[in-house]
Design a protein around this ligand. Sequence first.
Ligand code: HEC
Length: 132
Amino acid sequence: MRQYLLLIILFFISIVFLTDCKNSFSDGKYLYETHCQSCHMPDGIGLRGLIPPLAGSDYLKNNYEKLPCIILLGVEGEMIVNGKTYNQPMAGIPELGTMDVALLINYINHQWGNDGKYTDFREVEANLQKCE
Ligand code: HEC
């Protein structure tokens, strides 16, 4: 009997955990739709020659630690994404909270076939200390 009880408890814990993950993904999607998709497009492909893609972006993958700074403070100057050069400033969105930034990063790192890292609140805070 005890074992069954344990199984049932485990079952409920995993349900709660799974729905939680699903929610944070849709929160990330919502944030993306609100703040990013007008430029980077719903399917993350950017705008040819002007706005770099997020879908399949090597820059996104290789500059994982810079993402919180890019999102909050923006970025400018030449950058090469998947072999193409871009040079248009992107404004930051300083009103976003640390948690929003983490949700956004997890969303763009796992949408459109992207297979990047997962981040969390603490890591975002640590990476924000390194902004130039
Ligand atoms: C007003 C248009 C605009 C908005 C809104 C915008 N970006 Fe950008 N983004 C750009 C441009 C332009 C660049 C290229 C900057 C450069 O050339 O230095 C860029 C570059 C990037 C890069 C690095 C290059 C790449 O494609 O991997 C990331 C990551 C990124 N943006 C994420 C985001 C996220 C996340 C949001 C929403 C929070 C966002 N951007 C909102 C225009 C925008």
